[in-house]
Design a protein around this ligand. Structure first.
Ligand code: PEP
Ligand code: MN
Length: 349
């Protein structure tokens, strides 16, 4: 890192900074400029938090050469992370992009879920998604069936062989959710719930980490870092749209460029969610296509047997006939892209 001192920093201020750095094993080079003194420090940042240096008298600014996320970074691991499931399905690298589909919330009507699951199976999707614990903006909205919802997902898994993705909101439910889920989802609202990240870090199930609607890519990767730092490297990132100034036509602004940016700086797989990313059914197909074309390792799409009666997110869910129509086209694109997909991200600088 590079520490830029204030123009009026005293010799004692500079000495205090260099002493602290040396105490923590940093190699230090002090360069006195006409206006500012700059300290070049090489060492392990995990032994000394930059915040401690920043707080010292006379320090103007710290610049980092390396990204603060280490385990998630491509510098540490150049090859793509591939996450493999018991039935041989793989996410990431040169593998065929996967599809995770299903209702926003698991509802009482098992027959509806079953119809969605069978359609998904028929269309070659690998995962059934559905929330049993739902984060809702309003306390008056349906917030999921809890364990009953997980049991319905398990029943659909048994009938179809699809793998299950479901959200965990509270560490207290970790064992319960792990019992039923093949992938634990951490929702956008909990992206920076560090205690929750720590608890999924301590289990060995793959985790889908959704990007917070107002979080930067660096914060997103640092959230993934929390999970990895606690021992679980099986993290799948999910871009699901940001809050934007223009909500007249869309619920969120799907950040398509996040996909190649993350591919450049991280080895973790990334999927896109055009349902939450746009909030509009008609935008699912074009935005899923866009995400796949820029290199996403999969898509997550909400599908409901009767969207107009859905207890959550019906407006951004496909009906089963729409799902069949859209996925017949998406599957063609996925086949084409799969043939072209290289094992590692490459792009002209
Ligand atoms: C969901 O996938 O149902 C969900 C609530 O997503 P997000 O956390 O992205 O809003
Ligand atoms: Mn939803």
């Amino acid at each position: 890192m590079i520490i830029i001192m204030e123009r009026d920093a005293s010799k004692i201020n500079i000495q205090t900074v260099t002493d602290l750095l040396k105490e923590h094993g940093f190699q230090v080079l002090v360069k006195e400029g006409d206006v500012h003194t700059v300290i070049d420090a090489l060492g392990d940042k995990t032994t000394l938090s930059p915040g401690r240096i920043e707080a010292l008298e006379g320090v103007k600014q710290i610049k980092f050469i390396r990204e603060p996320f280490r385990l998630a970074s491509r510098d540490r691991k150049s090859e793509d992370t591939v996450i493999e499931f018991e039935n041989g399905v793989k996410i990431g690298g040169a593998n065929r992009p996967v599809a995770m589909v299903g209702p926003c919330s698991v509802e009482e009507d098992y027959e509806g879920l079953r119809q969605v699951a069978f359609a998904a199976k028929e269309l070659g999707c690998q995962f059934l998604r559905g929330g049993a614990f739902k984060p809702r903006t309003s306390p008056y909205d349906f917030d999921g069936l809890g364990e009953k919802g997980l049991q319905l997902l398990a029943r659909a898994k048994e009938e179809t062989g699809l793998l299950v993705v479901t959200e965990l909101m509270d560490s207290a439910d970790l064992d319960l959710v792990c019992k039923y889920a093949d992938i634990i989802q951490i929702g956008a609202r909990n992206m920076q719930n560090f205690k929750l990240l720590k608890s999924v870090g301590k289990c060995n199930k793959p985790v889908i980490l959704k990007r917070g609607p107002a979080n930067t890519i660096r914060e997103f990767l640092l959230a993934a870092e929390h999970i990895m730092y606690n021992g679980n490297e099986k993290v799948i990132l999910c871009e699901r749209g940001l809050k934007s100034f223009d909500s007249a036509f869309t619920r969120n602004l799907l950040d398509i460029s996040a996909v190649p940016v993350i591919k450049k700086y991280s080895h973790l797989p990334i999927i896109v969610d055009p349902s939450h990313g746009t909030g509009q059914r008609y935008l699912i197909e074009p935005m899923a296509k866009a995400g796949l074309v820029v290199g996403a390792d999969g898509i997550m799409v909400e599908v409901h047997h009767n969207p107009s009666q859905a207890l959550s997110d019906g407006k951004q869910s496909l009906s089963i006939p729409q799902f069949k129509e859209v996925f017949s086209r998406l599957n063609n694109l996925i086949d084409t892209l799969h043939l072209e997909k290289s094992s590692s991200f490459s792009c002209v600088e």
